[in-house]
Design a protein around this ligand. Sequence first.
Ligand code: UT7
Length: 329
Amino acid sequence: MALVGCGSDLPTQIITNEALSQRVNTNDEWIRNRTGITTRRIAGPGETITTLGLRAGQAALHHAGWSAKDLDLILLATSTPDDLFGSAPKIQGELGATQAVAFDITAACSGFLFALITAGQYFRSGSIRRALIIGADQLSRWVNWDDRRTCILFGDGAAAVAVEECPTEENGLLGFRMRSDGSRTDCLNLRQIPDIMPLINQSKYQMGGFNQISMNGQEVYKFAVREIPAVLQELLIATNINSCAIDWLLLHQANQRILNAVADRFDIPHEKVLTNLAHYGNTSAATIPLMLDEAVKDGRIQSGNLIASSGFGAGLSWGAALLRWKGPG
Ligand code: UT7
């Protein structure tokens, strides 16, 4: 498959570190030093996964020069759908992508990469020609806004990539690795509240509802700086590609210190490390395509560039992919 278009959409509300310090006992210096984040976007009234994902999808279609009717598949990577049955079909309907099957993929901050890799398998089997992969999350719905250890990290956003079938020599997914470790799920989760309600006579049912995000930041940090270099290393060996050949390191944007630690491990100069964390914080499934879109649109990522990408987060889940950007036309 070839990556030929991208687009993004963000909420309009900008929340600064200073503003957050009016809500919780924190300050700009701590947040910037420990995370690299200065502002984040938070969805306000009327902004949802569906509206953000739709606009990101439309922007990617426009960039690729496609009509929505050209699509065979829409994957929405999100852990915060507007509808627990899935938000992808709503986006498909609003796009007018009448020929496309659409469904959600839930894998937290690894979601976009997992969805892109999943789409790659449909292309390999020759069953689709054009797909739209959207990464969108609205974690502000589930953040505990009184917990300074988590609320400073997250933001909302959506971004999408248009991918199409191509000759083998133009394949943009050069290799990948995917991992899960459910034994460490306690480190980061957003769990169902076990609310037991009476049904009829002695029967009971569990009423739906979720807690807020719970995270052991230090454990997740240690997990990321250990597993991401390991999985990238494994991928480079398997594909026989030297880290010098990488044009851009495009990691899930969770913490600037994690990005720097991974780059240092591979001797990748910091100029090759794509980062927009300062402006948007951790937008979960949206971070990788959001960063890709920004770097493509400002001309940093050029057609033919090799991108080493890695996503990681709740599950725990993580993965890596070597991508070659083609661009439209
Ligand atoms: O998509 C994956 C999602 N998650 C991640 O990638 C998170 C990975 N983890 C991290 O990025 C870092 O662990 C954090 C940024 C979450 C926290 O940074 P840290 O350097 O691990 O801080 P810490 O939790 O060890 O806390 C250090 C101190 C504590 O004070 P004491 O106990 O030393 O007095 C905290 O209470 O900083 C305090 N603290 C804060 N102070 C001001 C924690 N949060 C804040 C805050 N403002 N927002």
